[in-house]
Design a protein around this ligand. Structure first.
Ligand code: DI6
Ligand code: FE
Length: 406
């Protein structure tokens, strides 16, 4: 006897099956102990749905997809940067603001000043907006503390979000995000400090991975590599903010360390793409940051496709370059701005996003043994998820086989 079955619906399994969206018409999906126990066509069921499971739910022809996965966010932070947005509209660039001591460092001051409860409360609102659109797994980075105490505070709040809300949270330590004011002019000394934080971060159990910002306004490839070498020694997987504003060879460096993902990639060249393909590193594209910074250089989509690099998509939710809490809008932007197909876009927030988090065996597709994380939609075609702008067709979501209270 299964715990529950959803029947009389259409499943976008997103599994590699050769058919668009891995779709199954007139299908059913059953759960047991929070996992998918069966998934297939109605004709292959061994009886009437209500005789096979304790609870039977009629989908009434609706589409059911895997729960969506936002694999790159900076969701936990203090304050906001609306004033900086206004400055940028008057012509000051993102990089100029960063160099003048604003930008990330402004959020660092607000995050250091905030206590756990206020960080939790503001992040919870943002996370709730994501969950309302069918997100069931989210990655959350630190990086607005830039000292051990505040980085751990952010990671602790991220873990608490996962404990109190119906969502799986994967955490990432981003100590090498920006140079804190107390290290002005001493970037190498700050990288020494980040390397020294790593064993404590690892011992705290609060970080699942390590990230860095490899950029002219961030850290050099040499400095990034020192963080990666230390993380790798501790057994922590790495990922990288690479080639958002210039090509420093970050994607290739990340691939050398077997990175889970390289993210942004607007300025990545052929060699970076080839290195990612060889290493199996996922390309995480962030069209919301591209849009919000009014960037014009497109990531190398054709080259990524040609090399069969898996493409994932995420909000990059952060106060400076992407104050964005809609993964559905990201799907639309990926299609309109980056020319992804609606199917590539949905794959980017399901199967490929799971891989970017090292969770391919646990979520991202509707397959037996994976977590029973679903989103049920009032749509006639999965392409509608990418097509609409500012409309939420979610009927309900299911987390670990249960109906969550958001
Ligand atoms: N790239 C980003 O998109 C965010 N961090 C990064 O390294 C932006 C962070 C911010 O502006 O607060
Ligand atoms: Fe980011």
């Amino acid at each position: 006897m299964w715990d529950a079955i959803w029947h009389n619906g259409r499943l976008a399994t997103m599994a590699e099956s050769g058919s668009p969206y891995g779709a199954l018409d007139d299908a059913a999906i059953a759960t047991k102990d929070g996992r998918i126990a069966w998934c297939g066509r109605r004709g292959d069921l061994q009886g009437a749905p209500h005789t096979l499971a304790r609870d039977a739910h009629d989908l009434a022809g609706r589409w059911l997809t895997p729960g969506l996965i936002d694999c790159h966010t900076h969701l936990v932070y203090g304050g906001n940067r609306a004033r900086e947005f206004a400055q940028r509209l008057e012509g000051v660039s993102y990089a100029e603001i960063a160099r003048a001591g604003g930008g990330i460092v402004a959020t660092v001051a607000a995050t250091r000043a905030a206590d756990d409860n206020s960080l939790f409360a503001s992040a919870r609102r943002r996370l709730s907006a994501l969950l309302a659109e069918g997100v069931t797994t989210v990655e959350i980075k630190s990086g607005y503390g830039l000292n051990l105490e505040t980085e751990l505070k952010q990671l602790r709040v991220a873990r608490r979000l996962g404990a109190e809300l119906p969502v799986t949270v994967r955490t990432t330590f981003l100590g090498a995000h920006a140079l804190p004011p107390e290290f002005a002019g001493r970037a190498d000394a700050y990288i020494d400090a980040v390397v020294a934080m790593l064993p404590e971060v690892k011992a705290s159990g609060l970080a699942d991975a390590v990230d860095a910002f490899c950029e002219n306004i961030g850290f050099s490839p040499e400095q990034t590599e020192r963080v990666f070498a230390a993380a790798t020694k501790l057994g922590l997987p790495v990922k990288l903010h690479a080639e958002q504003l210039s090509d420093l060879g970050g994607a290739a460096l990340a691939a050398t360390y077997g990175a889970l993902s390289a993210d942004h990639l607007e300025y990545t060249g052929e060699d970076g793409v080839a290195a990612m393909a060889a290493a199996g590193t996922v390309a995480v594209l962030l069209p919301g940051a591209f849009y919000f910074l009014r960037e014009t250089k497109l990531p190398p989509i054709a080259a990524l496709r040609a090399a069969a690099v898996p493409i994932a998509l995420a909000t990059d939710c952060n106060p400076g370059s992407a104050p964005l809490t809609s993964l559905l809008l990201v799907l639309n932007m990926a299609c309109t701005l980056f020319r992804l197909t609606p199917e590539e876009a949905l794959t980017g927030v399901t199967r490929h996003a799971a891989r970017a988090l090292g969770l391919s065996d646990r979520c991202g597709t509707l397959e037996v043994g994976k977590a029973a994380d679903f989103a049920v939609w009032d749509i006639d075609d999965p392409a509608e998820l990418a097509y609409r702008i500012g409309f939420n067709p979610l009927a309900y979501s299911v987390k670990n086989g249960a109906f969550p209270q958001i």
